[in-house]
Design a binder for this molecule. Sequence first.
Ligand SMILES: Nc1ncnc2c1ncn2[C@@H]1O[C@H](COP(=O)(O)OP(=O)(O)OP(=O)(O)O)[C@@H](O)[C@H]1O
Ligand SMILES: [Mg+2]
Length: 181
Amino acid sequence: MSVTEAGATIWLTGLPSAGKTTIAYELAGRLREGGHRVEVLDGDEIREFLSAGLGFSREDRHTNVQRIGFVAELLAANGVKALVPVIAPYADSRAAVRKRHQSEGTAYLEVHVATPVEVCSVRDVKGLYAKQAAGEISGLTGVDDPYEAPDAPDLRIESHTQTVQESAASLLALLTERGLA
Ligand SMILES: Nc1ncnc2c1ncn2[C@@H]1O[C@H](COP(=O)(O)OP(=O)(O)OP(=O)(O)O)[C@@H](O)[C@H]1O
Ligand SMILES: [Mg+2]
């Protein structure tokens, strides 16, 4: 009989272009090399399927985060490292996901990819900051829509002062410290 590996949800919250997806995939690669089972639940893909039809109102953002949290918990409870690079702008939405994990006895780590908006808006991977500045869109998290930064994340990553590899290494160190990797 094999013993089920310790799963966990690792939620990377932060502004658009903060580096959540980039760091998550770097970590995913390292974990897979180490023989772990990994799933990345990325915001954009999820919005196409699991959260199709949801928009960007406070309520829809909350629903989106709860759905993703539900799936992540199921995966994590079955030995998967569920990496979730999703903005999740509201503290109460994130708290509800944490609570759900706690009540199921499933490990949950909150990581704040704390890249300042000035850096994110220069990176502007999807051109959203430029569109907002040009008045083509509104409701951009961290600019004209709220972002409630975590008060006490399990880890804060300063992506503007370290490389992607260093960020992934610090995450891996945290997982090791918690007995999860
Ligand atoms: N040190 C760094 N850490 C992370 N990303 C970096 C770093 N330096 C530069 N980048 C670049 O910043 C960009 C971050 O984009 P990424 O798609 O990962 O952001 P995101 O947080 O997932 O945004 P979104 O919420 O829009 O999906 C990438 O193009 C990445 O290569
Ligand atoms: Mg992303």
